[in-house]
Design a protein around this ligand. Sequence first.
Ligand code: MG
Length: 253
Amino acid sequence: MIELKSAREIGLMREAGQVLAGVVERLRSTVTSGLSTREIDEDVEEFIRARGARPAFKGYRGFPATVCVSINDEVVHGIPSPARRLKEGDIVGLDLGCIVEGYYADCAVTLPVGEVSPRVQQLLDVTRESLERAIAECRPGRRLSDVSHAVQSHVEANGFAVVRAFVGHGIGRALHEEPQVPNFGEPGRGPRLRPGMVLAIEPMVTMGGWEVRVLDDGWTAVTQDGSLAAHFEHTVAVTEGEPEVLTGKRGGD
Ligand code: MG
C-alpha cells in the first residue's frame, strides 16, 4: 500500500530535506582532492546533528556511517574510510538521509573532484537531468512508470546505461516504503500518482553496461565492467499542482 502523507507529515519531511539540502550545498565547496571519505562522513554527521536531525543511514541494516561515499566505478553504498582519499579527476557519489521527528528524507549527488573529461561531465549532467525529467512527471494522474520511463529514455538517448539492481522508493516514517521506483520501464503502467505520495527518485547511471556486483564488504556496489557511474536523488512530494522537491535548495537550484 502506498501511504499518503498529511501536510504536517510533509512539513516534517521538508524540514529533514532542508537539512540535506544544506549538506549538499556544503559538500559542493568542501569536496576536494586529498580529503578522506571518513573526513567527509564525520563533517556531515556533525552538520546534521547540529541542526537537530539524526543521520538515517548510520546503523541501517548495520551500515556503519552517515554518508554512502561511492567513487568512480562504485555505484552506491560505498563505506567511508580514513584510508580512502579523493583524487583529482575522481567523481564522487554522496548519498545521505536524515530523520526529523520520525520522518525521513533521502538525497544524493555526484560531484567531480577538480577537472573531469567532457564525457564524464556529460554523465553527471545527463544523470541529473534524468532526475529532473522524472520529477516533472510527479503529478496527479500520471502513472508510476511514467517516472521510470522519463529516466531511462533520457539516459539511453545519450548513450549511457541505467542500473537495474537498485531502485528508488516511497519514503516517510521509514526510509524505504512502497512503491519501488525503478529507473527503467515502459510508460503508462503502475499506480496513478496522487497528492500526498512522497517518492525518493534516484537514477543510477553508468558509462558502460548496467550490470553491477557487490564487493566483499557486503555493501559497495560497483559496475561489473569497471565503467564510471553517477547517482542523483531527491525526495519529492506529489501535490495538487507542481511537484515539491523536499530536498531541493530553496530559492532556485
Ligand atoms: Mg534512496
